[in-house]
Design a protein around this ligand. Sequence first.
Ligand code: C2E
Ligand code: MG
Ligand code: MG
Ligand code: MG
Length: 277
Amino acid sequence: QAKVAGKNCYRFYSRAMDQAVERRVRMEQELRGAWERGELSVAYQPVYRLRDNRLVGAEALLRWHHPEQGMVSPAVFIDVAEQSGLIETIGPQVLRVACRDAMRWQNEFPTVEPLFVSVNVSPRQLRSGELPGLVEACLRETGLPASQLHVELTETAVIGDELHASTLLSRLRSIGVKVWLDDFGTGFSGLSHLRRVPVDGVKIDRSFIADVLRDPDDLALTTAIIAMAHSLGITVVAEGVEKEGQYAILRERGCDLAQGYWLGHPSSAQDFARLLI
Ligand code: C2E
Ligand code: MG
Ligand code: MG
Ligand code: MG
């Protein structure tokens, strides 16, 4: 009896797995050519400086408007793009569009301090070794000053081959592009990476910020990350600020920059530009 159940169970499980694989394969096929069909776009989320509450930049976030399913979460499709290698064609497009939009804002709405645009770069894009050349080409093509471009990498991008990663990142930094470590605090070895990989800033993962008002441990960790980063001379960005109280406490603790729904949701380039008027 148990054996039969086990067998059925196995069969059910295997079918569920087949379906998951099938879904991924279908998504990969649909993602191929999505850019050309105009289904992909870049949204921008404002980043504020806590010291003077000023808008200082934007994070570029890829959006996929699927013709039947509507908006697909980047958490799902970026992974498919990464696994399939499609990110190597999509990633450069995002970088190009982001540099172009940032240059456009500056031309149309000159601000005292020019805004930066921050672009997410996947592990595969870093590993390919083409990033510095690509960044240089995008800056040249669009005219955006290097100091106004930031790249965001997660720990997984630098894990394994720290030497290769730090060589590439040093090259980016030598031309003036800033490098930020994204989702900081979620990995086990964040601290040790800071010793070997040169970065200009860390973005505290939003899971720490979520409970910063209620959980003393999260507040202690956040405060410690800020102190540690500052002692290394690097900038701290808080992600996922959804409440005024979170903003206030981060400001009090000396955090440099923040983004989150309370400050502004990701929006189209045109909508973002309204913040500059
Ligand atoms: P991320 O780089 O950590 O981006 C921050 C994510 O948090 C974004 O999700 C943003 O919409 C969301 N977020 C911002 N403020 C809040 C808030 O107050 N509360 C909550 N709950 N969420 C907030 P999104 O756009 O869904 O992107 C998810 C992830 O997908 C990104 O995480 C990034 O790792 C990846 N991603 C997005 N665009 C790109 C891209 O162009 N290239 C690469 N390689 N990855 C990308
Ligand atoms: Mg990011
Ligand atoms: Mg993040
Ligand atoms: Mg994330």
